[in-house]
Design a protein around this ligand. Structure first.
Ligand code: G3I
Length: 321
């Protein structure tokens, strides 16, 4: 039994993974991705972001994300779309143009309208705004915030809602898991959109964690529940739990298993936590070692596609639910 099949039995809507076209010629990898019982929803890891989809203003490219979508369709998996307004992986023109309120608003609207319309009716959800908050809870000084203050957030949700009435619209961020100032600001973002009488359906907790430093399960349940109390659904959208020291000792592997299990259990404890997505399932393609050198072994499968103890722990938490 795969993780998605177990998750559905446990009452979740999905257990899935990030993947992208640069992985697609790896047959051992594809054997896992193509197993719908293992991963019932796919998210493009990179190809649907602003830089790859609109590298030059007004010129849209959907070749790669279309391939991820087609794979999901072929496998009857769901498709979780990622991401629209984000400060990273921006094309040159967004970074260098001297924007005014009017021109940047128009550029955001044009980008979102084109991309969301292209995938209309095919995304379970869209991460409309991604990572708008610094870890201390202040707003990130992106080109969007510098030019528009927080207005770029409702502008983005408005454009997405108009382009696809079905896709669930999410705010998505990391380090919301500790119920900190950053979580408080995410609550403010939800209220900001709701007060503008616009639709926001979910908050994605990315859940990029470090072994031994995951929040107590009750803290995560509390943090998730602050958003469900506002009428939203929540999900763990980019889960991984990296080892701070390599190679991991057997004790560290046990701790990682407990950490993964506790994160998934927290989602199971919240009625409107709809599912879990891991940010790649194998170390072979994990983003972690290049971003945090010296750390890694963060995934449920090692680089040879051998399941880690954490995989068994997650399967058990789902089976016992
Ligand atoms: O596509 C170019 C390629 O043309 C070029 O030759 C190569 C040289 O470096 O770079 C390629 O781009 C890389 C891209 O991944 C696609 O592989 C970028 O350098 C690299 O920085 C980029 O990293 C991605 C990162 O987002 C970008 O910030 C990671 O793969 C991806 O896992 C990561 O995902 C993010 C989520 O979207 C948001 N939440 C955090 C998460 C982890 O950082």
């Amino acid at each position: 039994q795969g993780l998605h099949a177990l998750a559905v039995k446990a009452g979740l809507q999905f257990f899935g993974t990030a993947t992208d076209t640069n992985n697609f010629n790896d047959t051992a990898y594809m054997d896992v991705v193509n197993n719908k019982n293992e991963f019932g929803i796919l998210t493009p890891e990179n190809s649907q972001k602003w830089e790859p989809t609109e590298p030059r203003q007004g010129a849209f490219v959907f070749t790669n994300p279309d391939q991820v979508r087609s794979l999901a369709v072929k496998n009857t998996q769901q498709f979780r779309c990622h991401t629209l307004t984000w400060f990273e992986q921006l094309p040159q023109f967004v970074q260098t143009t001297q924007w005014t309120r009017e021109t940047l608003t128009a550029a955001i609207r044009a980008h979102i309208t084109n991309v969301v319309t292209h995938y209309r009716g095919q995304c379970y959800s869209w991460d409309v705004v991604n990572e708008a908050i610094n870890d201390n809870g202040t707003f990130r000084e992106s080109v969007f915030f510098r030019t528009l203050g927080t207005d770029y957030i409702p502008i983005s949700f408005d454009a997405a809602a108009r382009a696809d009435p079905q896709a669930k619209l999410y705010y998505n961020d990391f380090s919301l898991e500790f119920n900190s100032n950053k979580t408080d600001t995410a609550v403010r973002i939800v209220k900001l959109v709701q007060d503008a009488k616009l639709r926001i359906d979910g908050v994605g907790f990315q859940a990029h964690m470090v072994v031994g430093q995951t929040p107590p399960r009750a803290t995560l349940v509390q943090a998730l529940s602050r958003f469900t109390a506002l009428g939203l659904e929540v999900a763990l959208t980019e889960l991984d739990v990296r080892q701070p020291e390599l190679p991991a000792s057997s004790r560290a592997l046990e701790q990682q298993s407990a950490d993964y299990a506790s994160m998934v259990a927290a989602c199971l404890n919240v009625a409107k936590c709809v599912g879990v997505v891991v940010w790649q399932f194998t170390d072979k393609y994990s983003w972690v070692p290049s971003t945090f050198p010296g750390t890694g072994e963060a995934c449920l499968f090692d680089q040879n596609f051998v399941k880690r103890p954490a995989y068994t722990a997650v399967a058990k938490v789902l089976s016992d639910a």
